[in-house]
Ligand binder design. Sequence first.
Ligand code: SP5
Ligand code: ZN
Length: 367
Amino acid sequence: MKAGAGPVSLPVPVVWSEDCLRHEPGGEVWLGVRDEGTEVPARAMVLRDALAAAGAPVVPARAHGDEILRAVHDPELLDHLAGIWRDWAEAGLPADCGRDRVVPYVFPTPGMLAGLPLRSPPAVHGRAGLFCYDTMTLVGPGSWAAIRGAADAALTAADLVSSGERLAYALCRPPGHHVTRGAYGGSCYLNNAAIAAQALRAAGARRVAVVDIDAHHGNGTQMIFYDRPDVWYGSLHVDPGAGWFPHYAGYATERGSGDGEGGNRNLPLAPGTGDDAWLAALTTLCGEARAREPDAVVVSLGLDAAATDPESPLCVTEAGYRAAGRLVAALGPAVLIQEGGYDLASLGGLAVAVLSGAAEGAGLDAS
Ligand code: SP5
Ligand code: ZN
């Protein structure tokens, strides 16, 4: 322990960017109606305060260049996100009947284009759907700063693990696992977990395993690595076929393609699944991850599988999350990336439980 530091009872560094508070999505448009939404700045405050109170050291995110981001995402997606609010505001839309956030209304689906080349429409209201696949992922004035801050938090946590830390947790907000190489959605804008995995690869890890325990399938991470042999992706999540986001991905038949054939594993779970079946599925998933002999692990750490969460029908308890932390951290050096988790009353306890379990699984002693 450093001289003068207090006791570290939760020995996992928490990487934090103040900028993550600047993203105020202002709700979500779901099934045609704008409601208040649950991916709110208070989530990050609750998580940080609970982890700090439990004794975890809080480490500021360090600014990084775009190299890793551009390896994971189309540069056009990055440019779009960096500029779309400015263009929306310059077009006068916020003053026009209160259109105070970027919300797309037309999407260039493959069926619409029917073979036409994809073009970038000059009008910002037409272009808003070019890199976005849903109506519930709004962009406001502070969004880009937060999005970039979350990516920097993921990169900083990856740096810590690459330089010898056994575990590091990035308190990323907004979350990221729904973002593909070229499209954002699901309250996510850049794929923080994929960025961490790519950074670990760049720092010398030969094989990386991504284990995703968010309640929803991480369709973005899956597709970013779908045909790559160097990054394995495994997820347990509520069955998209039972009516849950992301609806179009997350099925057990999706196993990777090309050089990545066999490198993707989905374990969809029935609504109502609780600790026993959830942990049994996670044990299976971790066994498959271990068989790949990864040099490093990325955990997409959603806390929305909790019974208390308003966004998923899974019924995991704090004790379940603690046990999950033990299982994933036992796999090897791990970067934990915050994904979903929306019940402000239970979020802090869940985060402390899973990181405490992770410290145990990694064999770290509280001092
Ligand atoms: C990162 C992450 O957890 N993204 C999840 C996105 C799924 N959002 C689905 C939104 C559905 C509408 N929410 C209304 C809540 C009703 N209880
Ligand atoms: Zn989720």
